[in-house]
Design a protein around this ligand. Sequence first.
Ligand SMILES: NC(=O)c1ccc[n+]([C@@H]2O[C@H](COP(=O)([O-])OP(=O)(O)OC[C@H]3O[C@@H](n4cnc5c(N)ncnc54)[C@H](OP(=O)(O)O)[C@@H]3O)[C@@H](O)[C@H]2O)c1
Length: 228
Amino acid sequence: MANIIITGASSGIGAELAKILAGRGERVFLTGRSESKLQALGLDAPVHAADLTAPGAAEKVVAAAVEALGGVDVAIHCAGVGLIKSAAETTDADFTQVMNINARATFLFAREVCKVMAAAKRGLFITIPGILGKAPMKNASAYVASKYAVTGMVKCFAQEYQRSGVRFCLFHLGGVDTPFWDNIQMAVQRERMIPVATAAGLVMQAIDAPPHLVLSEVVMQPESHQLV
Ligand SMILES: NC(=O)c1ccc[n+]([C@@H]2O[C@H](COP(=O)([O-])OP(=O)(O)OC[C@H]3O[C@@H](n4cnc5c(N)ncnc54)[C@H](OP(=O)(O)O)[C@@H]3O)[C@@H](O)[C@H]2O)c1
């Protein structure tokens, strides 16, 4: 039984993973912005609502998880926001907001949870920069900037923590059918996207890899977007 913290657990990929992992008896600690959405999952797991961009929030969330679980073996960082807008329409406030949650909060959370895992000499940090963390897309310059930042920083973490026992895994997923798309003004075919259960199943493969191995970077795309 592993101790697992999931950020962004109140929706989408994080919520799907929370259900799978709690369902098979892992000890999960769930965090997201909305307490009511976390509670509505109805899982037998501690929940902790927090905005990860708030000063000191990452430290408090990680400390609460350590207190509740006794340690962290796996950190699955799913908290993030989308922004699809042309560069011309992207405001300073848009850019700042998307960088704040997707890049800065990822850094702060990874920094705190990796200290805990390194002290225990084992751990797995998983996050989902998505395909836009390794390939550009028009009308997504701020989001792409924030997700390339995630890819780059996690690769730096992997070098800093090499041979510490802490492993890192990046998922470069194409569009996943989650509430992420509910408020995005872009014509998309949600039925052609990656089903959320498929995305979560892929993440499970990283969690279940033998502890001396790591599924380091994984790409899954709809067939229409293969090898872009
Ligand atoms: N869906 C896709 O097509 C896709 C593809 C590739 C990568 N990704 C990435 O995968 C991750 C999960 O996406 P998803 O599709 O599951 O999205 P989602 O359904 O919109 O869920 C996003 C989660 O992030 C949380 N969150 C947002 N801002 C936060 C903040 N400031 N502090 C703490 N938590 C915050 C949300 O909490 P509340 O619900 O409580 O607000 C929610 O739990 C994101 O990083 C996204 O960029 C998504």
